[in-house]
Design a protein around this ligand. Structure first.
Ligand SMILES: Cc1cc2nc3c(=O)[nH]c(=O)nc-3n(C[C@H](O)[C@H](O)[C@H](O)COP(=O)(O)OP(=O)(O)OC[C@H]3O[C@@H](n4cnc5c(N)ncnc54)[C@H](O)[C@@H]3O)c2cc1C
Length: 394
């Protein structure tokens, strides 16, 4: 039998998990190649810590090559094209042939899609943004801080809420709580709307306890940097001294160029097998993690469509399913493993407390979230979880 190849595009949460699981199951002569444009893997959950100056980039990152099991090849290169018919990808100077393709390229940021946002807002969603924001926060002695979530979907839906509560805690520790006013303006109808009304009420309660103003259903028209105001569709405006925004997310350009995306702008997949459904000629092609969008069955409100949250944990879960399906095919077996729609995310509340928001997203008539009370143990779980993601495999 000729040796076959799985090419995995993207070496983030999904890509690394797919490669390592497949390596443990596939025949040794099956070639597994992970392609990523950057050398380091970074745990997204650590970016709020960078914003607060509690961790540095080296403390929340690790060389991707160290995280991949022996026998997985890593190619550091930008993927510039994906040819579904010819079954090749162009990466740097190389053309890679694939028998199975896993697309785990994550989501890119497009701040330019909201007029004025790129010029006026800070963000903690990128490592460089988070450390630059930290320097700004250190100098901030008082005034209006606006946290803006202008568009959905975003990675880690709890992150804006977590960040603003951590900022509250940070200014309290600096003795500036009565000089800093915090508000959150979001396009969402409720915090983490996929998690449902109970979780939304819980977060709204936590924000209210801290005196953080919460403004849902705010459609951002643009940001006027000259007058320091965010303008909303209904004519309202939010004045700020410091604007922190979650940048709008888009599928990576190479994915859009390959016509892999569906009407919503993301790759669409079979929710159980993760096989790509939004491109007719995609055979043996899977998409996992942030690069794809999955509409969920069942709704809290009929007019508010839900989609599976974008989270590293879910990307890794999907990666396991895809790896087991590919391994079964390689061995000539029926690929029976399917994605179950379960995952979790930590929401840190400050002062060493967190809650693990755990959901079964395929449950009917709507996703089911496990009820938990925030405590220090869950915060410690989060620290351990981050460490686990950075544990070297070789
Ligand atoms: C502030 C914050 C907090 C978060 N907290 C959590 C949390 O607590 N729990 C959790 O589960 N998730 C969390 N997340 C979300 C999590 O980081 C993402 O959902 C996760 O990284 C998605 O994994 P992925 O494999 O789909 O994509 P990624 O991990 O983003 O990996 C995609 C990879 O593709 C590469 N790539 C993209 N385009 C190209 C190209 N053209 N050529 C080559 N390489 C390319 C990128 O360099 C990247 O390494 C958080 C995110 C943020 C921003």
């Amino acid at each position: 039998m000729n040796a076959t190849t799985t090419v995995i595009l993207g070496g983030g949460f999904g890509g690394i998990a797919a490669a390592n699981t497949l390596r443990s199951l596939a025949p040794r002569d099956h070639d597994i190649i992970v392609v990523d444009q950057t050398a380091d893997f970074l745990v997204g959950a650590g970016k709020t810590w960078m914003m607060l100056g509690e961790r540095t980039y080296p403390q929340i990152s690790r060389a991707r090559a160290d995280l991949l099991e022996p026998g997985v090849r890593f190619l550091q290169a930008g993927v510039s094209s994906i040819d579904l018919t010819g079954r090749t990808v162009a990466a740097g100077d190389a053309t890679l042939h694939w028998d199975h393709l896993v697309i785990a390229l994550g989501a890119d940021f497009a701040p330019g899609t909201v007029p004025g946002l790129a010029e006026s807002a800070r963000t903690f969603y990128t490592p460089t943004g988070a450390s630059a924001l930290h320097a700004v926060l250190e100098r901030f002695a008082g005034g209006e801080i606006v946290m803006l979530l202008p568009k959905l979907p975003i990675k880690c839906p709890p992150a804006p809420y977590e960040a603003i509560m951590l900022l509250h805690d940070y200014f309290q520790r600096r003795g500036l709580a009565d000089k800093v006013r915090l508000s959150l303006h979001t396009v969402e109808g409720a915090p983490m709307q996929t998690a449902g009304p109970e979780m939304g009420q819980f977060i709204k309660g936590e924000l209210a306890q801290r005196g953080i103003a919460y403004h849902p259903l705010r459609k951002t028209v643009g940001v006027d940097g000259a007058t320091r105001r965010v303008i909303f569709e209904d004519g309202a405006a939010a004045a700020y001294d410091l604007l922190i925004a979650i940048p709008p997310h888009v599928a990576p350009q190479v994915v859009r160029d390959a016509n892999l995306t569906g009407p919503g702008g993301w790759i669409q997949v079979d929710p159980l097998t993760l096989e790509v459904t939004s491109a007719a000629n995609a055979t043996d092609v899977y998409a996992i993690g942030d690069v794809m969008a999955m509409t969920l069955p069942g709704r809290f409100k009929p007019d508010v469509p839900l989609s599976l949250p974008k989270a590293g944990v879910l990307a890794a879960e999907q990666a396991g399913v895809v790896a087991r399906r590919i391994a079964a095919k390689l061995q000539g077996l029926a690929a029976g493993d399917v994605f179950g729609g379960r995952g979790f995310c930590y929401l840190e509340l400050g002062a060493g407390r967190a809650v693990r928001a755990e959901g079964a997203f395929f449950e009917l008539p709507h996703p089911v979230m496990q009820k938990r009370v925030p405590d220090e143990a869950q915060w410690r779980d989060k620290l351990d979880w981050v460490e686990l993601q950075l544990k070297p495999r070789r």
